[in-house]
Design a binder for this molecule. Sequence first.
Ligand code: ATP
Length: 240
Amino acid sequence: QLGQPLLQVRDLRVAYGQIQAVKGISFDLPLGRITTLVGANGAGKSTTLLALSGLVKKAGGSVDFDGQDLSTMAPHRIVQSGVVQVAEGRATLTTLTVHENLELGAYTRRIGKAEREAEIERIYQLFPRLKERAGGLAGNMSGGEQQMLAIGRALMAKPRLLLLDEPSMGLAPIIVQDIFRTLREINRSGLTIFLVEQNVRQALKIADRAYVLETGRIVLEGSGQQLLGDPKVQEAYLGH
Ligand code: ATP
Protein backbone atom coordinates (compact mmCIF):
# COMPACT_ATOMS: atom_id res chain seq x y z
CA GLN A 1 0.00 0.00 0.00
CA LEU A 2 0.86 3.67 -0.25
CA GLY A 3 4.25 4.53 1.20
CA GLN A 4 5.46 0.92 1.31
CA PRO A 5 8.54 0.28 -0.84
CA LEU A 6 7.62 -0.55 -4.43
CA LEU A 7 11.27 -0.82 -5.40
CA GLN A 8 14.15 -1.69 -3.09
CA VAL A 9 17.77 -1.29 -4.12
CA ARG A 10 20.43 -2.86 -1.92
CA ASP A 11 24.19 -2.42 -2.20
CA LEU A 12 24.03 -1.64 -5.92
CA ARG A 13 27.41 -1.43 -7.57
CA VAL A 14 28.29 -0.57 -11.17
CA ALA A 15 31.75 -0.24 -12.71
CA TYR A 16 32.97 0.82 -16.12
CA GLY A 17 36.25 -1.07 -16.31
CA GLN A 18 38.35 0.33 -13.48
CA ILE A 19 35.98 3.20 -12.79
CA GLN A 20 33.55 2.47 -9.98
CA ALA A 21 30.63 4.71 -10.90
CA VAL A 22 28.20 3.41 -8.25
CA LYS A 23 29.83 2.10 -5.07
CA GLY A 24 27.22 0.16 -3.15
CA ILE A 25 24.10 2.26 -2.76
CA SER A 26 20.79 1.33 -1.10
CA PHE A 27 17.49 3.14 -1.38
CA ASP A 28 13.74 2.61 -1.49
CA LEU A 29 11.11 3.99 -3.82
CA PRO A 30 7.86 4.13 -1.83
CA LEU A 31 4.63 3.38 -3.66
CA GLY A 32 2.77 6.46 -4.85
CA ARG A 33 5.56 8.87 -3.91
CA ILE A 34 8.08 11.00 -5.78
CA THR A 35 11.65 10.09 -4.86
CA THR A 36 14.58 12.07 -6.18
CA LEU A 37 18.26 11.27 -6.50
CA VAL A 38 20.25 14.47 -6.78
CA GLY A 39 23.91 15.17 -7.21
CA ALA A 40 26.54 16.88 -9.32
CA ASN A 41 27.70 16.01 -12.79
CA GLY A 42 29.39 12.60 -12.78
CA ALA A 43 28.10 11.53 -9.36
CA GLY A 44 26.65 8.34 -10.86
CA LYS A 45 22.98 9.30 -11.20
CA SER A 46 22.51 8.24 -14.82
CA THR A 47 24.40 5.03 -14.15
CA THR A 48 22.00 4.22 -11.31
CA LEU A 49 19.02 4.66 -13.64
CA LEU A 50 20.66 2.57 -16.36
CA ALA A 51 21.15 -0.18 -13.79
CA LEU A 52 17.46 -0.10 -12.81
CA SER A 53 16.46 -0.33 -16.48
CA GLY A 54 18.89 -3.21 -17.05
CA LEU A 55 20.96 -1.24 -19.55
CA VAL A 56 24.30 -1.56 -17.74
CA LYS A 57 25.74 -4.63 -16.15
CA LYS A 58 25.67 -4.56 -12.36
CA ALA A 59 28.81 -5.46 -10.46
CA GLY A 60 26.72 -6.39 -7.44
CA GLY A 61 23.65 -5.77 -5.36
CA SER A 62 19.95 -6.39 -5.77
CA VAL A 63 16.97 -4.59 -7.25
CA ASP A 64 13.60 -5.79 -6.03
CA PHE A 65 10.49 -4.47 -7.76
CA ASP A 66 7.33 -5.57 -5.99
CA GLY A 67 8.80 -8.99 -5.26
CA GLN A 68 10.47 -9.43 -8.66
CA ASP A 69 14.25 -9.43 -8.97
CA LEU A 70 15.09 -6.96 -11.72
CA SER A 71 18.83 -7.35 -11.38
CA THR A 72 19.05 -10.25 -13.82
CA MET A 73 16.14 -9.30 -16.07
CA ALA A 74 16.52 -8.16 -19.69
CA PRO A 75 15.63 -4.51 -20.41
CA HIS A 76 12.45 -5.31 -22.38
CA ARG A 77 11.19 -7.53 -19.57
CA ILE A 78 11.82 -4.76 -17.08
CA VAL A 79 9.67 -2.43 -19.21
CA GLN A 80 6.98 -5.11 -19.44
CA SER A 81 6.94 -5.41 -15.67
CA GLY A 82 6.06 -1.70 -15.52
CA VAL A 83 9.34 0.13 -15.01
CA VAL A 84 9.46 2.72 -17.79
CA GLN A 85 12.12 5.37 -18.32
CA VAL A 86 11.30 8.62 -20.09
CA ALA A 87 13.42 8.80 -23.22
CA GLU A 88 16.54 10.81 -22.52
CA GLY A 89 17.48 14.06 -24.21
CA ARG A 90 13.84 14.25 -25.30
CA ALA A 91 14.51 11.57 -27.88
CA THR A 92 11.14 11.84 -29.52
CA LEU A 93 10.74 10.59 -33.03
CA THR A 94 11.26 13.88 -34.76
CA THR A 95 9.86 12.92 -38.17
CA LEU A 96 6.56 11.75 -36.68
CA THR A 97 3.76 13.95 -35.42
CA VAL A 98 3.04 14.50 -31.76
CA HIS A 99 -0.02 12.29 -32.01
CA GLU A 100 1.92 9.49 -33.73
CA ASN A 101 4.57 9.61 -31.01
CA LEU A 102 1.88 9.12 -28.38
CA GLU A 103 0.32 6.26 -30.34
CA LEU A 104 3.71 4.56 -30.47
CA GLY A 105 4.04 4.85 -26.71
CA ALA A 106 1.29 2.24 -26.39
CA TYR A 107 2.74 -0.21 -28.89
CA THR A 108 3.69 -2.86 -26.34
CA ARG A 109 0.13 -2.97 -25.02
CA ARG A 110 -2.86 -4.74 -26.43
CA ILE A 111 -5.41 -2.00 -26.50
CA GLY A 112 -7.85 -1.00 -29.19
CA LYS A 113 -7.92 2.32 -30.98
CA ALA A 114 -10.76 3.75 -28.87
CA GLU A 115 -9.02 3.06 -25.59
CA ARG A 116 -5.74 4.36 -26.97
CA GLU A 117 -7.34 7.59 -28.18
CA ALA A 118 -8.99 8.07 -24.78
CA GLU A 119 -5.60 7.77 -23.09
CA ILE A 120 -4.02 10.17 -25.56
CA GLU A 121 -6.80 12.60 -24.68
CA ARG A 122 -5.77 12.31 -21.01
CA ILE A 123 -2.18 13.10 -21.96
CA TYR A 124 -3.47 16.17 -23.82
CA GLN A 125 -5.27 17.26 -20.67
CA LEU A 126 -2.03 17.01 -18.71
CA PHE A 127 -0.11 18.83 -21.44
CA PRO A 128 -2.50 21.16 -23.31
CA ARG A 129 0.46 22.38 -25.35
CA LEU A 130 0.75 18.92 -26.93
CA LYS A 131 -2.87 19.02 -27.99
CA GLU A 132 -2.30 22.32 -29.77
CA ARG A 133 0.62 20.74 -31.61
CA ALA A 134 -0.99 17.32 -32.15
CA GLY A 135 -0.62 17.26 -35.94
CA GLY A 136 2.78 18.95 -36.04
CA LEU A 137 6.11 17.17 -36.36
CA ALA A 138 7.78 16.48 -33.03
CA GLY A 139 11.06 17.73 -34.48
CA ASN A 140 9.64 21.21 -34.97
CA MET A 141 8.82 21.68 -31.29
CA SER A 142 10.75 23.46 -28.57
CA GLY A 143 12.89 21.56 -26.08
CA GLY A 144 10.25 21.93 -23.39
CA GLU A 145 7.49 20.63 -25.65
CA GLN A 146 9.63 17.67 -26.67
CA GLN A 147 10.27 16.88 -23.01
CA MET A 148 6.51 16.95 -22.40
CA LEU A 149 6.04 14.62 -25.35
CA ALA A 150 8.71 12.23 -24.06
CA ILE A 151 6.88 12.07 -20.72
CA GLY A 152 3.53 11.63 -22.44
CA ARG A 153 4.88 8.83 -24.58
CA ALA A 154 6.27 7.02 -21.52
CA LEU A 155 2.88 7.37 -19.79
CA MET A 156 1.22 5.69 -22.77
CA ALA A 157 3.11 2.52 -21.81
CA LYS A 158 1.10 2.49 -18.53
CA PRO A 159 4.07 2.43 -16.14
CA ARG A 160 3.86 1.39 -12.50
CA LEU A 161 7.13 3.20 -11.92
CA LEU A 162 8.24 6.16 -14.02
CA LEU A 163 11.97 6.93 -14.24
CA LEU A 164 13.24 10.31 -15.40
CA ASP A 165 16.83 11.34 -16.09
CA GLU A 166 17.18 15.11 -15.78
CA PRO A 167 14.01 16.27 -17.44
CA SER A 168 15.00 19.87 -16.62
CA MET A 169 18.17 19.77 -18.68
CA GLY A 170 18.56 22.75 -21.00
CA LEU A 171 15.13 24.18 -20.23
CA ALA A 172 14.22 27.66 -19.00
CA PRO A 173 13.24 27.80 -15.30
CA ILE A 174 9.61 28.61 -16.06
CA ILE A 175 9.31 25.55 -18.32
CA VAL A 176 10.98 23.39 -15.66
CA GLN A 177 8.41 24.57 -13.10
CA ASP A 178 5.62 23.77 -15.52
CA ILE A 179 6.93 20.26 -16.19
CA PHE A 180 7.58 19.55 -12.51
CA ARG A 181 4.08 20.77 -11.60
CA THR A 182 2.69 18.30 -14.11
CA LEU A 183 4.84 15.50 -12.66
CA ARG A 184 3.22 16.27 -9.31
CA GLU A 185 -0.19 16.06 -10.90
CA ILE A 186 0.67 12.72 -12.52
CA ASN A 187 1.93 11.49 -9.15
CA ARG A 188 -1.30 12.54 -7.44
CA SER A 189 -3.16 10.09 -9.64
CA GLY A 190 -1.06 7.36 -7.95
CA LEU A 191 2.02 6.88 -10.09
CA THR A 192 5.36 6.24 -8.34
CA ILE A 193 8.11 8.47 -9.74
CA PHE A 194 11.90 8.33 -9.52
CA LEU A 195 13.49 11.58 -10.61
CA VAL A 196 17.21 11.95 -11.16
CA GLU A 197 18.24 15.61 -11.22
CA GLN A 198 21.08 18.10 -11.14
CA ASN A 199 18.51 20.84 -10.58
CA VAL A 200 18.62 20.16 -6.86
CA ARG A 201 16.31 22.95 -5.72
CA GLN A 202 13.40 22.13 -8.02
CA ALA A 203 13.81 18.39 -7.49
CA LEU A 204 13.78 18.68 -3.68
CA LYS A 205 10.74 20.95 -3.87
CA ILE A 206 8.56 18.30 -5.47
CA ALA A 207 10.10 15.21 -3.87
CA ASP A 208 8.58 13.35 -0.93
CA ARG A 209 11.86 11.53 -0.37
CA ALA A 210 15.36 12.47 -1.49
CA TYR A 211 18.85 11.04 -1.67
CA VAL A 212 22.08 12.91 -2.37
CA LEU A 213 24.69 11.05 -4.43
CA GLU A 214 28.36 12.04 -4.36
CA THR A 215 30.99 10.12 -6.34
CA GLY A 216 28.98 6.92 -6.33
CA ARG A 217 27.83 7.00 -2.71
CA ILE A 218 24.66 8.20 -1.02
CA VAL A 219 25.78 10.79 1.51
CA LEU A 220 22.45 12.19 2.71
CA GLU A 221 18.81 11.22 2.72
CA GLY A 222 15.60 12.65 4.04
CA SER A 223 12.37 14.22 2.93
CA GLY A 224 12.62 16.83 0.18
CA GLN A 225 11.79 19.54 2.71
CA GLN A 226 14.44 18.31 5.17
CA LEU A 227 17.17 18.37 2.56
CA LEU A 228 16.08 21.79 1.28
CA GLY A 229 16.72 23.07 4.80
CA ASP A 230 19.94 21.14 5.35
CA PRO A 231 22.97 23.47 5.64
CA LYS A 232 25.26 21.00 3.83
CA VAL A 233 22.84 20.75 0.92
CA GLN A 234 22.37 24.51 0.86
CA GLU A 235 26.09 25.12 0.78
CA ALA A 236 26.96 22.46 -1.81
CA TYR A 237 23.96 22.61 -4.12
CA LEU A 238 21.75 25.60 -3.49
CA GLY A 239 24.30 28.40 -3.59
CA HIS A 240 23.80 29.70 -0.05
P1 ATP B 1 25.63 13.37 -15.50
O1 ATP B 1 24.66 14.25 -14.87
O2 ATP B 1 26.76 14.07 -16.16
O3 ATP B 1 25.03 12.30 -16.35
P2 ATP B 1 25.81 11.42 -13.48
O4 ATP B 1 25.69 11.75 -12.05
O5 ATP B 1 24.61 10.89 -14.15
O6 ATP B 1 26.32 12.65 -14.27
P3 ATP B 1 27.18 9.17 -14.55
O7 ATP B 1 26.90 9.59 -15.94
O8 ATP B 1 26.40 8.06 -13.98
O9 ATP B 1 27.01 10.41 -13.59
O10 ATP B 1 28.72 8.87 -14.41
C1 ATP B 1 29.34 8.38 -13.24
C2 ATP B 1 30.82 8.11 -13.49
O11 ATP B 1 30.96 7.06 -14.44
C3 ATP B 1 31.57 9.29 -14.05
O12 ATP B 1 32.87 9.27 -13.50
C4 ATP B 1 31.62 9.02 -15.53
O13 ATP B 1 32.76 9.61 -16.10
C5 ATP B 1 31.71 7.51 -15.56
N1 ATP B 1 31.07 6.96 -16.77
C6 ATP B 1 29.79 7.13 -17.16
N2 ATP B 1 29.51 6.45 -18.28
C7 ATP B 1 30.65 5.80 -18.62
C8 ATP B 1 31.03 4.90 -19.67
N3 ATP B 1 30.15 4.53 -20.62
N4 ATP B 1 32.30 4.45 -19.69
C9 ATP B 1 33.18 4.82 -18.74
N5 ATP B 1 32.91 5.64 -17.73
C10 ATP B 1 31.66 6.12 -17.64
